[in-house]
Design a protein around this ligand. Structure first.
Ligand SMILES: Nc1ncnc2c1ncn2[C@@H]1O[C@H](COP(=O)(O)OP(=O)(O)OP(=O)(O)O)[C@@H](O)[C@H]1O
Ligand SMILES: [Mg+2]
Length: 493
């Protein structure tokens, strides 16, 4: 298999998303497609996959021009696509999603359900995932949905696999297994396009790289010839900081305190977040950290145990009450939980601050606009105008809009679940600066993250969870990736 894209252009209105892009991929190689949020990565791959039509340019597979009228046709031609947005049908079971569009048949022509079940089960076992193939997809956490998407693409017997940020909500051991499967497919001659903002991953898995900046291909080469900071520089156009961040002072005053919380997905969890402290929570898939904080915020399931805010019992009924009390909560997987797709970027970015910017029931449009403009600058959100629909922004820029909204809500307690998921390396550093700045102003921050590196760089202290319980605490000398991994896998310290 040999893929060549030549002179590909695509505009959305006045926005030139791709300006004459060349891209090639051979069978048996993994090519990383890199670039800042909004650089055009997904658009280029959507054109290859027949999801959006191109304005001009050629796509050739084994020298033959191709053009797919829809994803169905590209799949039939041997191109499997793992989309940045999860793309499963919620009302189907896991095994039905795994075989969607290519269901195996029995000799009599009926759909071979036992075979779907057993092959699906084998695939998931091979990925080391404890997931029932008969489960309904709707009820799955987004990380599991991501696993199902990956499994589906890997089972499709494709000659090209496009992976658009497949690992954004997975943790290291799961990513490791995905990588092992990618290497096996590469060995069988499959060509893989791998899109990721995690440059350390890219350095480990990819053979070649191609970097887009503002719709143009600006750098290409062999991964072995460059460092991760070289790649960051190609993407952003300047050096990106990688050194340690300053340590903060934590005040003795406890702001958010949890005592022996037990609920669906977590048990016997106690902790204390002080003013000015950034307390990390990490663990593997199924560790329960998100369920825990959803419950505390009043948006999850019921629990037993006590929560105190500034020393007073705190049991909000519903998320609005929690927000009134100065709690801000950035949910993970903003695609599913954070954005309001029918609204524009400005509305999505300022909805929680409405009480602050409205007078006599009317929204002060000028203040709203000024605040949003400030956020756009600070987080380098790429959009043409604030009234662009949120869904027309690139994946990472949508994430930034939702993050901006919570950062600007002036909270006393800030709960951030995977705050830099899908965000490019440059903007990540800006986000860390904002989080540290809020801590310096005395905000108590709980940072939930699947990336051990992020926890180590930003947090003073971290609780590592395993199957819903706190497996141990890391701070100072124990804030090391190996120590965190040992706790996260239940191996003890
Ligand atoms: N359906 C659409 N309508 C309007 N503009 C769009 C649409 N899809 C993409 N764009 C614009 O095209 C540009 C490239 O977006 P794209 O999604 O390809 O970026 P990306 O490199 O994948 O970024 P990210 O890392 O954030 O996913 C952005 O400016 C985006 O706003
Ligand atoms: Mg994208």
């Amino acid at each position: 298999m040999d893929l060549t894209m030549r002179g590909v252009t695509k505009s959305f209105g006045a926005n030139n998303a791709l300006r004459g892009v060349d891209f090639r991929l051979s069978g048996g190689e993994i090519c990383a497609l890199l670039g800042e949020n909004g650089a055009g990565k997904s658009t280029l791959m959507n054109i290859l996959g027949g999801v959006v039509p191109r304005d001009s340019g050629d796509v050739l597979i084994d020298g033959k021009p191709v053009s797919f009228a829809g994803p169905k046709y590209s799949l039939a031609a041997g191109i499997a696509f793992i989309h940045q947005e999860l793309n499963l049908i919620n009302d189907l079971t896991v095994y039905e999603n795994l075989f969607l569009g290519r269901e195996p048949r029995t000799r009599s022509g009926a759909i071979d359900i036992p075979r779907m079940r057993s092959e699906g089960r084998r695939m998931l076992e091979g990925m080391g995932v404890d997931l029932d193939v008969n489960a309904m997809t709707r009820g799955l956490d987004a990380s599991y949905k991501q696993i199902v998407e990956i499994a589906r693409a890997m089972m499709a017997a494709a000659s090209i696999i496009i992976m658009d940020e497949p690992t954004s909500s997975l943790t290291d051991p799961e990513i490791e297994r995905v990588f092992a499967m990618m290497r096996a497919l590469r060995g069988q001659g499959v060509g893989i396009v791998f899109i990721s903002h995690k440059l350390r991953e890219v350095a480990r898995i990819a053979d070649r790289y191609a970097v887009l900046r503002d719709g143009e291909m600006v750098a290409e080469g062999n991964v072995a010839d460059v460092t991760a900071s070289d790649l960051a520089r190609f993407m952003v156009g300047r050096d990106v900081r990688a050194d340690a961040l300053s340590q903060r002072l934590r005040s003795p005053r406890s702001v958010l305190r949890a005592e022996r919380l037990t609920g669906n997905g977590f048990r016997d969890v106690s902790f204390d977040v002080h003013a000015g402290e950034i307390l990390g929570f990490t663990g593997l898939l199924g560790d329960g950290r998100s369920e825990l904080f959803l419950s505390i915020f009043g948006a999850g399931g019921p629990y037993t145990g006590s929560v105190y805010l500034d020393g007073k019992p705190f049991h909000p009924r519903g998320a609005t009450r929690a927000a009134d009390n100065g709690l801000a909560y950035l949910p993970r997987n903003r695609k599913e939980n954070g954005i309001i797709p029918d609204m524009d970027a400005l509305e999505n970015g300022s909805i929680v601050v409405w009480p602050k910017i409205s007078r006599f029931g009317f929204i002060d449009r000028r203040r709203q606009g000024d605040m949003f403009a400030g956020q756009v600058r600070a987080l380098r959100i790429k959009l043409a105008k604030p009234t662009d629909m949120i869904t027309s922004l690139s994946g990472g820029n949508q994430q930034k809009v939702v993050l901006a909204k919570w950062l600007s809500s002036n909270p006393r307690v800030l709960i951030l679940d995977n705050p830099t998921q899908g965000v490019d390396v440059g903007a990540k550093e800006e986000i860390y600066d904002i989080i540290l700045g809020l801590a310096r102003q005395g905000v108590a921050i709980a940072l939930l993250s699947s990336e051990a590196q992020e926890i180590i760089r930003v947090c003073d202290r971290a609780l590592v969870m395993y199957h819903g319980a706190v497996a141990g605490e890391a701070w100072g000398e124990t804030m090391r990736e190996r120590a965190i991994m040992r706790l996260a896998t239940g191996a003890g310290v």
